[in-house]
Design a protein around this ligand. Sequence first.
Ligand SMILES: *Cc1c(COP(=O)(O)O)cnc(C)c1O
Length: 355
Amino acid sequence: MSLNSTLDIDIVRANSSKINTVDFENLTFGNVFTDYMLVCDFKEGTWQKPSIKPYEPFLIDPSAKVFHYGQAIFEGMKAYKDENDDVWLFRPEENFYRFNKSAVRMAMPEVPENVFIEGLKTILTMEKEWVKKGLGNTLYIRPFMIAIGSGVIAQPSSQYRFMIILSPARSYYSGEVKVLIAEHYSRAANGGIGAAKAAGNYSAQFYPTKLANDQGFQQIIWTDDATHTKLEEAGTMNVFFRINDTLYTAPTSERILDGITRKSLIDIAKRDGIKVEERSVLVSELIEGIKDGSLKEIFGAGTAAVVNPIIGFSYQDTYYELPKIEDSIALQLKEKLTKIQYKLAEDTFGWTVKI
Ligand SMILES: *Cc1c(COP(=O)(O)O)cnc(C)c1O
């Protein structure tokens, strides 16, 4: 195959495709997977030859480190199809760098660039049919790595498995999102793993989020663990605040994940003359902003939903609702970013990569 000239890869073909059994109009996020998966193992200190083979379960020893110590990381990205049936990725190098940053933090081996990038392009070329045309249709890409070495001794594994699986998705409307501002629980702490896309960061959020759900809130806005006064992330997304006509978002740090959607929205906003400040925003500023009417918008930003508008927040048992506005900056930025991703607007930044 010419397209993986820099990557030696085994390809095992499936006997048939299950694509005709899939109802693309009624997909729930992350439940359907394509025909193939990419697998690349690390053992005896080196990465082995990767393969692309039919999607199927596999066996791992019950004592594997991933089950006991949570050595697991992942990425989330999307492929988009344009009007000419070409398939595009959005800033894939950023996901690759971040993946290896997460790997280092979790004492896992870094994945070679050609396995991640060329491997991804190869499997996407095989699965092109699964990327549907039209705004809102995407193929969600989930690269991940787990520690598969056996033995319950608490130390890093000597064997790992890197994989890429693909799931067709439709853009979802999240409904009216109300959030609870965290006053006790924390997502991340200085010196911790908050800046890594580590599996454990997610399981740690499930319980506090469930408590918030029980109170009628869809998400939690995480605050700094030391004082619970600085606003940091919304659920598993970065978070922006619009006060008058300026956007604010916390600077990335050990506690805040360096989101690709976040930095792309900042660049688009700045290009189009919208003021953006990267600085900590205090809970007290939000409450002031509700009282004097200067707080116009709050929104989460991440690959899955792109932009997720938040209509109100609760803090110390008081619920504060944002005013309804016509000229949402969040929705304008979402449209601009989405159009770049689908090649419906000029990509002045050079972010899109053709498969
Ligand atoms: C993945 C993630 C984000 C969003 O990152 P994107 O690159 O924009 O998808 C934000 N916060 C957390 C905690 C995340 O895990």
